[in-house]
Design a protein around this ligand. Structure first.
Ligand code: CU
Length: 355
């Protein structure tokens, strides 16, 4: 009986919403009416409307950068100082170097608009990180001892927040973004590594392999969106401030991003988009005394970067209220603090249902 009521209710709601198919609704349903799927909190809802969304994001990294230049693992293990050096137990240079990394994220989102000017949103994130690493033999030289893999997965930092409408007319829209990130991700993940002395050891994984930041974070920003006929365009600036040192006595650097995009309708159900995003993150402040391995990722100064990414996307409208989208981003400029892995690409796939 309960099921029947749900189906009937859904059917009536669908009929009702299809019944109000006016120009406004048609515009809202156009594929280019939404920002590229990789942009978070880019749209608001009409009062009373809900949305459930799922996003899958995959970041691929490989090779190493020093600043904005490529550096080989052999150069790293002979030139880059190990800040935790304590010979002979810990070598004077880094001896373990990341080779490649895949960072997968599953994001469940819910949005609801209690009033016309306010849309609330919450996101629950789950990450799965995998890194292949090369160990060089003993304390000096360029003999490769072997490769190993480290993995971590679980719940990550998740957010609740809202979007507040500042301005809207027929073609343009401006809103405020505010999000609070709650540190749900574990920062004590460990895995087995191959040491330069050819021993297998369980150690706490470096910062980048942990599941969360361990800190509360406050994000604020502005989103602008415009549309005219078959075109849409927008811009979003966000700043994420890390509020406190975590329980291991460090904090991730503040993060800022500035994105601008353009969307164009290809057909009734497809649109294409292009996006440019500037991203900046400061390095980690403080350190976890349990993370002291002779690997580049154990040095808190090897975090933070400046990057410009180019994003190409497709938005589709499947049926009324259902959308699917993908966006593929690749860096066109990258300058990292210290020595870090280079970003290859980021892929975001998403599905959204509005009701
Ligand atoms: Cu939404």
């Amino acid at each position: 009986m309960k099921k029947l009521i749900t189906i009937l209710g859904g059917g009536i709601a669908l009929l009702f919403s299809c019944g109000m198919a006016n120009a406004d609704m048609a515009a809202m349903m156009a594929p280019q009416a939404k920002a590229p799927i990789g942009v978070m909190g880019a749209h608001m809802h009409k009062e009373g409307k809900w949305m459930m969304s799922y996003r899958y994001m995959q970041m691929s990294m490989s090779g190493m950068l020093q600043g904005d230049k490529r550096i080989s693992p052999e150069d790293i293990v002979t030139q880059i100082t190990n800040p935790f050096a304590n010979p002979p137990s810990s070598p004077t240079t880094v001896r373990v170097v990341p080779d490649d990394m895949i960072n997968q994220m599953h994001m469940l989102g819910v949005m609801y608009a209690p009033t016309e000017d306010l849309t609330l949103m919450a996101m629950l994130n789950y990450v799965d990180k995998s890194m292949d690493v090369v160990s060089f033999s003993s304390g000096v030289g360029t003999n490769r001892l072997g490769m190993f893999n480290t993995n971590s997965s679980g719940l990550s930092d998740s957010s609740i927040g809202g979007l507040y409408r500042l301005y809207a007319d027929k073609n343009q829209h401006l809103h405020l973004n505010v999000n609070w990130f709650i540190p749900l991700g574990d920062i004590n993940q460990s895995d087995q590594v191959l040491t330069p002395m050819n021993m297998r050891m369980d150690i706490r994984l470096p910062y980048g392999m942990q599941l969360g930041t361990g800190s509360h974070q406050l994000q604020a920003g502005l989103t602008y969106f415009g549309s005219h006929r078959d075109m849409s365009w927008g811009a979003q600036g966000l700043y994420t401030h890390v509020l406190n040192d975590n329980e291991e006595d460090y904090r991730w650097g503040d993060f800022a991003s500035l994105a601008t995009w353009y969307g164009y309708r290809l057909s009734n159900s497809f649109s294409a988009s292009m996006r440019l995003t500037y991203r900046h993150q400061k390095s980690i402040a403080g350190m976890d005394p349990q993370i002291m391995a002779p690997i580049t990722t154990a040095n808190p100064h090897n975090y933070g970067f400046d990057r410009i990414d180019l994003g190409l996307g497709i938005n589709t409208v499947i049926t009324h209220g259902h959308r699917a989208a993908l966006e593929w981003e690749l860096p066109i400029y990258e300058d990292v603090n210290g020595v870090q892995m280079a970003m290859d690409s980021m892929l975001t796939l998403g599905y959204q249902v509005m009701f």
